[in-house]
Ligand binder design. Structure first.
Ligand code: NOJ
Ligand code: CA
Length: 547
């Protein structure tokens, strides 16, 4: 029975995912830009870190106006990264090390340089005209918001060639595909099969909510979008069991959970509602924001899983908070306006947290223990800094710091050839913030994180268990119990800067002995009285409760 349940647990439930920007990871041919050869040479680092799956930002041919999310050919790879054969080698090398690889599936839009759009622009006579969404007025779909609000003023752009307007939810150079057209749906299913046939292990599916439009609606989360996702999922289940579909749907809980369907849409979805509230709770020194949102998240189907993240390649989005909360977050985390973009903050994890090691550990510890699969953004494991003077979101996509050699070990090219400069500001200088330095320092962030991931692996309950909050009177303390089969894990976090006393009511667990699992320390057994703990500022305990 035990064996059976183990076999049935999908791989993504106990995985750790690492998001990586190929251009920024490792240059293998000295042209100043990362590539597949470079990445292959760094796979052992990822295995050593304890990662199970790498998520590659777009690798397709692209004019690069949105870092590859503007695709011109869904069947190729960008020549700067290598050839399709090199990509196959990457898959082979990753799989040989037990690593899964997921890619990007950008369904919603193409580049305006895509052959389909160049043909479509010729007008209604073109075979590809109906691949996109056209109108003779920009007044349609007025209820749809503008997502890149700092960069675009309308979701419609006028096409000089045919005198019509085309629809786009993102940049003007990313026309939305028309999913009403069955040919578009067929084309994208062909793309999915192509990559999964090659051996890719799944997709992070970009911009999911926007596939269909409807007058008088927000043009998000329409039933037709769900129907198409169900169709994709049924193909996966039938032809590619084990492949992962991970949704990028930046939506409020009620709309977001619908992307799991009844276990027949996405396997996983990013927990967008939780993410900003982790930062909010820390700043407010109050468990409320975390507890409230987690309680508002409806239960998800058994086979589904949350993707838990602190930061990614975009700005830290603050769309899913109230206007007041956003003002607060801007005030406390991005006082300099240069750090803001759209409705978000374009900073990496360490600078956001004032490079405070204790805060960085605390947020990661929460992330790694709440039910879900953690997703680490490249460079954040060593506390890399950012460069807010690079435009758009480029400041969080600078080259990985490997060592203190030329170009931080990222590339042997002339420094001025790099696609972006390495970080040289004093606090985050690559001379001190780099993988080699962290590896050699036992108490480094990298080694802490590696140890934590290792511990997490030894307790599958973290990925799969049920979550129950416990409410101490001291609201600066976050407490929850994770239970899975016979395992009970008690997690206690001090969200404040100072030491705190906390009495936790553990009556139902009387007689259990808490063992702190990071240091393997035995604590006094739980008795009649509330359990007293006194965590240091930003301190935490992760206990295994033994009977
Ligand atoms: C979401 C991606 O994360 C972001 O980087 C991109 O700009 C938009 N989708 C448009 O594809
Ligand atoms: Ca290169």
């Amino acid at each position: 029975m035990e064996e059976k349940s183990k076999q049935e647990t999908p791989w993504y439930k106990n995985a750790v995912i690492y998001e990586l920007y190929v251009r920024g990871f490792q240059d293998g041919n000295k042209d100043g830009r990362g590539d597949f050869w470079g990445l292959i040479s760094r796979l052992d680092y990822l295995v050593d870190l304890g990662v199970d799956c790498i998520w590659l930002m777009p690798i397709y041919p692209s004019p690069g106006k949105d870092d590859g999310y503007d695709i011109t050919d869904y069947y190729g790879v960008s020549p700067e990264y290598g050839t399709i054969e090199d990509f196959r080698s990457l898959l082979y090398q990753a799989h040989g090390r037990g690593l899964k690889v997921i890619g990007e599936l950008v369904l919603n839009h193409t580049s305006d340089q895509h052959r389909w759009f160049r043909e479509a622009k010729k007008g209604p006579g073109s075979a590809y005209f109906d691949f996109y969404v056209w109108s003779d007025t920009p007044e349609k779909y007025k209820d749809a918001r503008i997502i890149f609000s700092d960069l675009e003023t309308s979701n419609w752009t006028y096409c000089k060639e045919n005198g019509l307007y085309y629809w786009h939810r993102f940049f003007y150079h990313q026309p939305d595909l028309n999913y009403e057209n069955p040919k578009v749906r067929e084309e994208m299913i062909r793309v999915i099969r192509y990559w999964l046939d090659m051996g890719l292990d799944g997709f992070r599916v970009d911009a999911v909510p926007y596939l269909y439009e409807g007058e008088g609606t927000s043009c998000e989360n329409l039933p037709e979008t769900h129907a198409f996702i169900k169709e994709i999922r049924s193909i996966i289940d039938r032809e590619y069991p084990g492949a992962l579909l991970l949704a990028e749907a930046n939506q409020w809980p009620e709309d977001l959970v619908r992307y799991f369907g009844e276990g027949d849409e996405f396997h996983m979805a990013f927990n967008f509602p939780l993410m900003p509230r982790l930062f909010m709770a820390l700043r407010q020194e109050h468990h409320g924001p975390i507890v409230d949102i987690m309680k508002r998240l409806p239960k998800i189907p058994e086979s589904c899983q949350w993707a838990m993240f602190l930061r990614n390649h975009d700005e830290m989005t603050l769309e899913l908070v109230t206007d007041e909360e956003r003002d607060y977050m801007f005030h406390v985390y991005a006082e300099d306006k240069q750090m803001r973009l759209n409705k978000g903050i374009r900073r990496r994890l360490a600078p956001l947290l004032g490079n405070d090691r204790k805060k960085i550990e605390l947020l990661n510890a929460i992330l790694f223990t709440l039910p879900g699969t953690p997703v680490i953004y490249y460079g954040d494991e060593i506390g890399m800094g950012d460069n807010i003077f690079l435009g758009d979101r480029n400041g969080v996509r600078t080259p990985m710091h490997w060592n203190d050699n030329k170009n931080a070990g990222f590339s042997e090219a002339q420094p001025s050839r790099l696609y972006a400069p390495v970080i040289t500001d004093p606090v985050y200088n690559f001379n001190s913030i780099n993988v080699e330095e962290d590896k050699n320092n036992k108490s480094s962030l990298l080694n802490w994180l590696k140890h934590f991931l290792f511990i997490r692996k030894t307790f599958p309950a973290f990925g799969r268990g049920s979550l129950n909050f416990i409410y101490p009177d001291n609201k600066k303390i976050l407490v929850y119990l994770i239970e899975h089969e016979d395992v009970k894990l008690l997690c206690v976090f001090n969200l404040s800067a100072s030491s705190q006393p906390v009495e936790i009511n553990l009556q139902s667990l009387r007689g259990y002995t808490p063992i702190e699992i990071i240091g393997a320390t035995i604590f006094p057994a739980i008795g009649e009285l509330p359990y007293l703990l006194t965590p240091n500022g930003y301190g935490y305990y992760i206990f295994n409760l033994m009977e």
